[in-house]
Design a binder for this molecule. Structure first.
Ligand code: ZN
Length: 266
C-alpha cells in the first residue's frame, strides 16, 4: 500500500520519474512530501547541505551570493530537477542561495541518506549525473544570456521558465525577484515588463503575472529558452551519456561549476 502511494506520488517529479522504480523507492520509500513555503530560504552560500529536494509542484530559485544588493538568479529548480547537486560531486557545501519562489510540495531526503543510497546504486548515480550535466549546461547558457542578450528577451525567457515550473500561465513573482532574474535595477524590470505588456504578451500588476500569449512570448524570448529545453530532453530522455563517471571527470565538473558560478556573478 505504502509503496504504491510512494511510486504514484513520486511521478510528480520528472527526475525521480527517470529513475528505476527500485532507485526511486530507495529515496522516497518511507518519506512523505514536505511543504515549500513562499520565500522560505532552503540554503545560504557556505551552508552545509542538509537535505536534497525534489520539487513536485513548488519551485526554487538559485541566487548567486553577489555583493550587497547585487544578486543574480542563475537557475530555477522545479519538478524537472533537484536541489542539492553538490552532493553528486561529493561536496556537502551549498555555493548558492536557494529560495522558494513558488509554494508547493517536494520530496525531501536528508543528505546522509541520499549519499548512502547514491553510493549503493550505480544506476542512480548514472541517472543523476546526467541531470548534473544538464544543470551545468544551463548555468553555461545563463552566463552567455546575461552577457549578450537584451533585457526584454531575457525577461521573456525567465517568465516562460517560471511558467513551466509553476505549471500555470498565472503566477506571482515580485519586482525584486524579476530584478534578481535579470541582474538589472528595478527600473529596468519595469521598462521590459511594460514593453511585453504593450505587446499584449503578458499582464503584470503588483507581482501578478498572466501570460496571455505563450507562443508570442516564446518568439520574443532569446534562444536560451529553447536550448535549455532541448538539452534537458536530449540528455534525460535518451540517457546517452556514459554510465560510469570517472574521478577525473567528476573533478573537472566540480572545477567547471565553480568557474561558471564566478563568471556569472563577477
Ligand atoms: Zn538568453
Amino acid at each position: 500500500m505504502h509503496v504504491m502511494a510512494s511510486n504514484r506520488a513520486s511521478a510528480g517529479n520528472l527526475l525521480l520519474g527517470a529513475l528505476s522504480s527500485e532507485d526511486r523507492q530507495r529515496l522516497t520509500g518511507g518519506q512523505t512530501p514536505v511543504d515549500l513555503r513562499l520565500s522560505e530560504t532552503l540554503s545560504e552560500p557556505g551552508d552545509r547541505v542538509r537535505h536534497v529536494y525534489f520539487p513536485i509542484d513548488g519551485f526554487i530559485s538559485l541566487i548567486t551570493p553577489g555583493i550587497g544588493r547585487a544578486q543574480l538568479e542563475i537557475g530555477l529548480v522545479g519538478n524537472e530537477g533537484m536541489l542539492g547537486v553538490p552532493l553528486l560531486l561529493g561536496v556537502n557545501v551549498s555555493p548558492l542561495r536557494a529560495l522558494v519562489q513558488g509554494a508547493g510540495r517536494a520530496w525531501r531526503i536528508d543528505a546522509a541518506t541520499f549519499m548512502r543510497e547514491l553510493e549503493g546504486s550505480a544506476t542512480m548515480r548514472a541517472a543523476l549525473n546526467r541531470y548534473l550535466f544538464v544543470f551545468l549546461s544551463q548555468l553555461m547558457q545563463t552566463a552567455t544570456c546575461t552577457r549578450f542578450h537584451l533585457v526584454e528577451p531575457r525577461l521573456a525567457r525567465w517568465l516562460l521558465m517560471t511558467r513551466d515550473r509553476a505549471h500555470s500561465n498565472d503566477f506571482h513573482v515580485t519586482h525584486e525577484f524579476l530584478a534578481y532574474m535579470l541582474g538589472v535595477r528595478r527600473v529596468g524590470v519595469t521598462s521590459a515588463a511594460s514593453a511585453l505588456q504593450r505587446r499584449k504578451l503578458i499582464r503584470y500588476s503588483r507581482g501578478d503575472v498572466s501570460i496571455l500569449d505563450a507562443r508570442g512570448l516564446e518568439r520574443t524570448a532569446c534562444a536560451c529558452y529553447a536550448i535549455d529545453k532541448k538539452i534537458y530532453s536530449r540528455i534525460l530522455a535518451k540517457k546517452n551519456l556514459p554510465s560510469r563517471p570517472e574521478a577525473a571527470r567528476e573533478m573537472g565538473a566540480k572545477l567547471l561549476a565553480a568557474k561558471i558560478a564566478t563568471a556569472i556573478s563577477c
